[in-house]
Write a protein that binds this ligand. Structure first.
Ligand SMILES: Nc1nc2c(ncn2[C@@H]2O[C@H](COP(=O)(O)OP(=O)(O)OP(=O)(O)O)[C@@H](O)[C@H]2O)c(=O)[nH]1
Ligand SMILES: [Mg+2]
Length: 446
């Protein structure tokens, strides 16, 4: 962290402005050598924009607004300079080249945020939230990212860590000072402390599904026999005619994928080839793709034509684990008596009927029926999940050790492992190797 890094922080392309960032001990000195203005960079008050020119020797490259941030009051916690120039690809590159020539080093992807984390400006969950915020596709995803950036998840994790540390202290007091006149918790008291920790870990883990939905969208496969109205449903949900609809069975052969925003949830809709026995080579290939898609789905909308008798309804989706929602289409044609007792959502793509109920049902599936969960403040990501699964595993082992009356050393060892796993979520642990992984997904200049 002794070097000074620089990057173009705005996307490359033509725009009104391009912002370059430079962070590190020499940031202000380097700015001073290239910035010509009424006030020199090093004399500028912090966070006040100064108009001036960036010059390479006698040659002026661009007119810019330059802002100085002084450590520790900056994004990275280091001295930081932001230069807002004209938003051309070439001019921004020339400015960057000049900064590099003047002593800065080109920043790695995510390196500004990594420095913010290493400088103690944010914990790991907040650093990750920066990326979530940038990539959020719906309001809900944005809100979850904002709350994580504010540190809600970090708070919960630190609370969990403190409970673990307390518990560990009680167990270790036993080991280290067996003869002292202290009264650490034992037996039931220890067990109930451990239960609280396990419950909190489980509660955080329960948000993983929502976290994934918000970050990646729900893979929703529209599945069913040919001609039942799968492509019609896709078009209806999308709001425009994306897929070809025709009265001929076997119309859709390829997989068609589009993302919609369903009341804040990103839904990745996947229209597929209708399932049937077929001699047509192309159609068979399409059906094979349908099966693949069902295998990877988070949610399957199983569409049937409810105006005709149940034929191959028994050909249910093989994977019983999948969350499937039965959609009875063509209700405008009247329902065949076969379907009378069958539970499902009744719609008509032709008459645009039943869509609200379908959306309700989809949302209920996504949220596990807890509409109130829309108010969650925490939605963990896959990395957090992996850490917390480990933590849960170790706290389980600690509980078994306690139940089996093993010596406190064993219990303490499991608890320490749980503590390390929880700490890894926010970066309070030996996190060197996970750092690389996280920040590599960032864009340069962030
Ligand atoms: N009456 C009525 N017809 C519908 C409805 N939905 C779809 N259809 C018709 O059913 C036929 C098949 O619709 P598609 O959307 O192409 O069906 P699909 O399931 O995608 O069919 P494949 O791609 O061949 O598997 C078309 O003629 C549609 O106009 C509905 O709600 N009511
Ligand atoms: Mg189709």
């Amino acid at each position: 962290m002794n070097d000074t890094i620089a990057a173009i922080s705005t996307p490359l392309g033509e725009g009104a402005i391009a912002v370059l960032r430079m962070s590190g001990p020499r940031a202000i000195a380097i700015a001073d050598t290239v910035f010509r203005a009424k006030v020199r960079a090093r004399e500028l008050p912090a966070r006040v924009q100064q108009f001036g020119a960036i010059c390479d020797g006698a040659q002026q490259l661009d007119e810019v607004l330059l802002t100085v941030f002084r450590a520790p009051h900056s994004y990275t916690g280091e001295d930081l300079v932001e230069i807002a120039g004209h938003g051309g690809v070439l001019v921004a590159r020339r400015l960057l080249e000049l900064l590099l020539k003047s002593g800065a080093r080109s920043a790695e992807p995510g390196e500004f945020t990594q420095r913010a984390y290493l400088g103690g400006k944010m914990d790991l969950t907040q650093a990750e939230a920066v990326m979530d915020l940038i990539t959020a596709q719906t309001d809900l995803a944005l809100r979850a990212a904002t709350e994580q950036l504010e540190g809600r998840l970090g708070e919960r994790i630190r609370g969990l860590r403190e409970r673990l540390i307390e518990l560990l202290a009680h167990v270790e007091a036993f080991i280290d000072f067996p003869d002292e006149d202290i009264t650490p918790d034992t037996g039931e008291a220890l067990r109930s402390r451990l239960e609280i920790i396990r419950a909190e870990t489980a509660a955080l883990l329960a948000t993983a599904g929502q976290g994934r939905v918000l970050r990646e969208g729900v893979r929703t496969v529209i599945y069913g026999a040919p001609n039942v109205g799968k492509s019609s449903l896709l078009n209806l949900l999308l709001g425009y005619d994306r897929a070809i609809v025709s009265a001929r069975p076997g119309t859709t052969r390829d997989v068609i994928e589009e993302v919609i925003n369903l009341r804040g949830y990103p839904l990745r809709l996947i229209d597929t080839a209708g399932i049937r026995e077929s001699d047509d080579e192309i159609e068979r290939a399409g059906i094979a793709r349908t099966r693949q898609q069902v295998g990877r789905a988070d949610l399957v909308l199983h569409v049937v034509d409810a105006s005709v008798a149940i034929a191959d309804f028994s050909k249910q989706i093989s994977d019983g684990e999948k969350i499937a929602l039965l959609v009875l289409n063509k209700s405008d044609l009247g329902e065949h008596p076969d379907w009378r007792e069958v539970e499902g959502v009744r719609i008509s793509c032709r008459e645009n009927a039943g869509l609200t109920q379908l959306e309700d049902a989809i949302i209920a599936r996504i949220t596990g029926g807890h509409a109130a969960q829309r108010d969650w403040t925490v939605a963990i990501n896959a990395r957090h999940q992996a850490c917390l699964v480990q933590a849960f595993h170790f706290s389980d082992a600690a509980r078994r050790a306690l139940d089996d009356g093993l010596s406190p050393e064993f219990i303490a060892e499991e608890l320490r492992a749980a503590l390390a796993a929880v700490g890894a979520v926010v970066g309070q642990a030996d996190t060197e190797e996970i750092l690389g992984k996280i920040f590599a997904t960032f864009c340069i200049g962030k």
